[in-house]
Design a binder for this molecule. Sequence first.
Ligand SMILES: NC(=O)c1ccc[n+]([C@@H]2O[C@H](COP(=O)([O-])OP(=O)(O)OC[C@H]3O[C@@H](n4cnc5c(N)ncnc54)[C@H](OP(=O)(O)O)[C@@H]3O)[C@@H](O)[C@H]2O)c1
Length: 270
Amino acid sequence: MPDRDPPLLLILGGTADAAGLARRLAAERPEIEVLTSLAGRVRDPKPLPGRVRIGGFGGAEGLADFLRQNRVALVVDATHPFAARISANARAACDAVGVPRLQIRRPEWPRHPDDRWIETDTTEEAARRLPATGNRAFLTVGIGELAPFADLPDVWCLVRVVDPPAAPLLAGPHLALAARGPFAEADDTALMRDHRIDVLVTKHAGGNATYGKIAAARKLGIPVLMIRRPPAEPGDTATPEAAMAWIAEKLENKAGRCPDPQGVAAPLTP
Ligand SMILES: NC(=O)c1ccc[n+]([C@@H]2O[C@H](COP(=O)([O-])OP(=O)(O)OC[C@H]3O[C@@H](n4cnc5c(N)ncnc54)[C@H](OP(=O)(O)O)[C@@H]3O)[C@@H](O)[C@H]2O)c1
């Protein structure tokens, strides 16, 4: 099947990296049609340049159908490093359909000698170790990962989430704080001091937008339960900065192929 003309690039998004890439493509490569896909977890996502679709695809097979039906030329998986399911689906779907795929991997946070990190393999392990580490925790693991912390004895939690929650987040004592990054070090230092936080719980996300809490914990001498990342999917990976070069190279390789004469700004299916 011929590619669309202009070529359609699918960004699997939901991160600052994905939004940054969509902005760069709009500014530097306006000839590429960009579609960002969001899972729909955030109530009121920030506006993005290009087209946006919201909601799951229906597993790897659903994503493969989507790629075929819309003649997607390239996929950039710019999802969060902990969004392992969609990344696995993207790999399976792209392999099945023969669409080149790049997974963006932002660098991990460097570990400073004064950092007091306790690394764990899972969120469950972090929750198990929490009561022995502190009494007043700052939980920044995302609303989908709170179950292991639901009812910890003797630990008060400040829980930062994106949207104001409709129901209590934990059975145990806590305060919900709805806020959207990026978060500055000075603000996170003040927040942790005001709430007398003595332990931070976080995923090892990397990136600048949420580094403030890491620097704040170091400054305050607070231990950090740091949940390690799942491994990247096999295949091409790049830092956010290097993604533009990968896109340029892949589109050049495709340039010799016959474009679709009727494919201009074709509607998406489904
Ligand atoms: N996990 C985190 O800590 C975190 C933090 C910040 C932002 N996010 C963003 O939030 C979204 C959901 O994260 P998650 O950890 O729940 O993902 P996940 O566990 O890897 O994915 C669960 C399911 O959600 C759907 N999905 C996920 N990302 C999607 C996307 N960009 N477009 C369309 N469907 C998507 C897929 O449904 P179908 O199988 O039906 O296609 C996927 O199977 C991701 O896009 C991620 O970038 C996640």
